[in-house]
Write a protein of this length. Sequence first.
Length: 363
Amino acid sequence: MSAPKIISQYIIRQFLMSFFAVLLTLGSIILLFDIIELMKKESIPSFGFGNVLTLGLLKLPNMLLTVLPFIVLIAAIIVFWRLTKSSELVIIRAAGQSVWQFVTPLLITSFIIGVLSVALFNPFSAAMYSKFQRMDDDRRGRPHISSSQGLWLREHRDGEMYVVHAGAIRQEKLELSLRDVSILVFSDQNAFLKRIDARLAVLDDGHFELKDVRIFENGKIIENYPLLKIPTELTLGKIQENFASPETISFWDLPAIIQFFENSGFSAHPHRLHLQSLLVSPFLLMTMILIAAVFSVDPNQRKGGGALKISGAIVSGFLLYFMTRITYALGFSTALPVVFATWSPPLIFAFISITLLLHREDG
């Protein structure tokens, strides 16, 4: 086996050991603080410590995804610091190896971690966070779906467009009830055809079951029904997604949800923004590696300034994270395009870091 391959495998092994150690440590701290925070809000005898622990565990995967860039950053700093402190970095450099010889393996590893976190861990995290929100709603006595402002739905079916408005909406377990319902029916040419009013509508399998129904045409009541069923392709899950945060939706389900919302006339902007933030996450982790390398890889200086360099790397990592949060918020408000809001911070920091590393290599 060649020396470069041995070096790469050694560095990757050191990085993974540090990565899982930091992951376990931060995960334990996050869980502990969440439990303490919940215990402050709840009466343990009435709510139960088991329920508090369950809430903390359900929320934990989502929190780990949030802090994953910092886990990668800290793990990379630890690896580079160990290499420098033990003079292994000096020996590797003396053997004629480039700085990229030990940075590239970590870039590849962090990219793989990012891909796995999006493709495999995100669906698990989304499912757990969705359960957390439902359990938290039950704890607070809130319905899973509720809107004092009412609900608007739009659906194309059989050459007609149905616009559904409900004055109030409520979900109880798997049943969705809409009150004070008005259904406006339009032709494909947007010509108004009729209006259907109902005191109550219950979403059942493949249809709305309307109660106390009146049908209007040209402003006049033409029919009355105590009970009327209207077919629909809407499901509880699809309507619920409109109220749920994008974090409760799996990466693999997001494209279909986005398409459904846009076809139904809803804004899918938050979901599209969240999807792009997931797609950029592997590159964000790679940027964290580059930041750690800029501040930690200094083969010409074995001792001194270590704490300052580590602090600089951590501060730069936080600066990148807060920049992603700011641009994300601007993207959410549509002040920035979605792609620019999510991709620009890591690309800018990556460009600066690569430039500094190349300058150090040439210098």
